[in-house]
Ligand binder design. Structure first.
Ligand code: 8YV
Length: 328
């Protein structure tokens, strides 16, 4: 029997892929410096049984409608806002994602970003490297404490809970806002539910971990930043489109909030000319929430395991669309 053919839209390490070559006929995008272009992705989608895609690949209704042999799309991310799910369902293409394996790693990065922003770690490291450190001064690069402060987590899913766990270790007071109450987090992590407005008003650290949906589109806007304390630090480690970036810039310049740590942007990658990068009180990262070697490997393996399960006629381990087997 022929092996199912799959196309992977980035170059991934052969050491991780190799064991799967016995079961799957795997082709990968060949250029390490640039992402797959839309027309190659469209062509490949028409030739294979499965795709492994990244958040930056648009899996559109046009692609799904024309790729008649395509049975499954395994997205290398917990999010799937790059995939037209309605069209996937209509075309009976099963979509999978990579939840759980990236939870702790993304929570580590979120917390690191919060600490880096509060304690001005990037500025301080540059200060030493640029030979600016001439004298000791009592308030030299003085930051803001994290411990014993109030953290407000917007989006109390798996990653939100893992961030709350870290916050607990820092003796923080934990508020959260979510579509629905998370009673488990309330009990296990002493997290207190707050309306979005209450959370904005009361938090020292406002941390956005909500997935991107129509409801969350630019929920962090001028009004939201105005409600925050002028000492508040804003962290975004979920999706750029949850934030009105102009409003964030204006709030930072007007000192309506103190600082921001950002891992995600409306349009990625950003360029050095992005307004937020002109501000010293911004720590900007290149969307590396889940980027540890261990987690990236686990994510790739989960994508490929999902495809194998599906091609074997089983339900995928982590399906996004309705749990169904591929019709054989
Ligand atoms: C992605 C992410 O894994 O999982 C998500 O939803 O945002 C990231 O961790 C990364 O962008 C690769 O697609």
């Amino acid at each position: 029997m022929n092996k199912p053919a799959i196309y992977i839209t980035r170059q991934l390490p052969e050491s991780v892929i190799a064991p799967y070559r016995n079961i799957l006929d795997i082709e990968m995008w060949s250029k390490s410096e640039q992402p797959v272009d839309a027309s190659t992705l469209m062509d490949k989608a028409q030739q294979v049984d499965g795709l492994v895609t990244m958040l930056s690949d648009q899996v559109s209704s046009e692609l799904l409608g024309t790729a008649k042999g395509l049975k499954a799309v395994a997205n290398l991310a917990v999010g799937f806002d790059n995939i037209d799910l309605t069209s996937a369902e209509e075309n009976e293409v099963v979509v999978t994602n990579t939840p759980d394996v990236l939870t702790e790693t993304t929570a580590d990065l979120t917390f690191a970003l919060m600490l880096a922003t509060a304690r001005r770690i990037v500025e301080a490291a540059d200060y030493v490297r640029n030979d600016e450190w001439k004298n000791w001064a009592p308030y030299l690069l003085a930051g803001t404490d994290v411990h014993h402060k109030t953290i407000g987590i917007v989006g109390m899913g798996r990653i939100g809970e893992a961030v709350a766990q870290r916050a607990k270790g820092f003796n923080m007071n934990i508020l959260y806002h979510n579509r629905s109450r998370n009673t488990e987090a309330e009990q296990a992590l002493q997290a207190n539910y707050a309306t979005f407005e209450e959370l904005l008003i009361e938090s020292d650290y406002v941390v956005c971990l909500a997935p991107y949906t129509e409801e969350t589109h630019e929920m962090f806007n001028t009004q939201a930043f105005q409600k925050m304390k002028d000492t508040a630090i804003f962290i975004n480690a979920s999706r750029g489109k949850n934030v009105d970036e102009e409003a964030l810039y204006d709030a930072l310049v007007a000192k309506e909030i103190k600082a921001a740590g950002v891992d995600v942007y409306r349009q990625e990658p950003i360029r050095a000319s992005h307004p937020l990068l002109s501000l010293d009180n911004v720590v900007a990262l290149p969307h590396i929430g889940s980027s540890s070697e261990e987690t990236r490997t686990a994510m790739i393996q989960l994508c490929l395991d999902n495809l194998i399960e599906l091609f074997n006629g089983n339900v995928a381990k982590t399906p996004v669309t309705e749990k169904k087997r591929l019709s054989t």
